[in-house]
Write a protein that binds this ligand. Structure first.
Ligand SMILES: Cc1cc2nc3c(=O)[nH]c(=O)nc-3n(C[C@H](O)[C@H](O)[C@H](O)COP(=O)(O)O)c2cc1C
Length: 209
């Protein structure tokens, strides 16, 4: 092939390779054990679900407000903030929620629970609505804030399991436009809890699958 034709052919082959759908999730991101002194990253990476709490230890009203402020700082579609939060600090209510929810027995020892809910009246009217994403982002902020304050918490799933939504809605007297997404028991951690290392380079794909 004449030299003048070689360059375009080479370019075309390179372009085709770049846009082809051959898997390319090679180990190009190096694992990192620490967040190199960055406190925000350290907090994200070391957060873990905590399911055992020091019984009877109270959480101050200021701390609860800090948790809720963090939750409400979450991103939200069209800034609709379609959330409501129920703070449960009554022993009887915590125990009856524990009875109603098969995977939330740790509520029996939690100091409080926060129930992030979607408010369908405030949600973006577009179809589909983004309230689940908005309230999930708020819930994650809540978990991160709890961890940063030395508290332990865990996301226990409610929505979309119908029986759990009904049980929590009934117990907390929620109006029909308010849907509980999760119940988050919070307390002071009892014992040692270690974060899981979930870093998985095989789950990362550059530009295409
Ligand atoms: C949508 C959702 C529902 C969950 N439901 C429960 C639950 O009902 N009970 C529970 O103990 N943990 C629950 N978890 C917590 C997960 O088990 C936990 O996040 C996962 O094992 C990873 O562990 P880590 O949070 O310590 O990183 C839930 C988490 C999510 C995101």
């Amino acid at each position: 092939m004449k030299k003048i034709f070689r360059l375009p052919v080479l370019l075309a082959v390179t372009m085709a390779m770049m846009t082809s759908c051959t898997p390319n999730n090679t180990d190009t991101i190096a694992p990192q054990d620490t967040a190199s002194g960055n406190q925000a990253l350290e907090n994200i990476i070391t957060r873990m679900s905590v399911r055992k709490y020091v019984p009877g230890k109270t959480i101050s009203a200021d701390t609860i407000e800090t948790l809720l402020r963090a939750a409400m700082a979450a991103p939200t579609a069209v800034n609709r903030q379609p959330w409501q939060f129920i703070v449960v600090d009554n022993r009887e209510s915590l125990d009856s929620l524990a009875k109603a929810l098969p995977h939330a027995k740790m509520l029996e020892h939690a100091s409080i629970a926060i129930v992030p809910c979607g408010d369908l009246d405030k949600a973006f009217e577009g179809e589909p609505s983004y309230w689940i994403q908005d309230v999930s982002a708020a819930t994650e902020n809540l978990l991160l804030a709890a961890h940063s304050l030395g508290l332990g918490a865990v996301w226990t799933g409610v929505y979309p399991t119908k029986e759990r939504v009904t049980a929590v809605s009934q117990q907390l007297c929620l109006p029909s436009n308010v849907i509980p997404l999760a119940v988050v028991p919070v307390g002071y951690p009892d014992g040692e809890h270690l974060p899981k290392d979930k870093w998985n380079p095989a789950a990362v794909h550059f530009n295409h699958w």
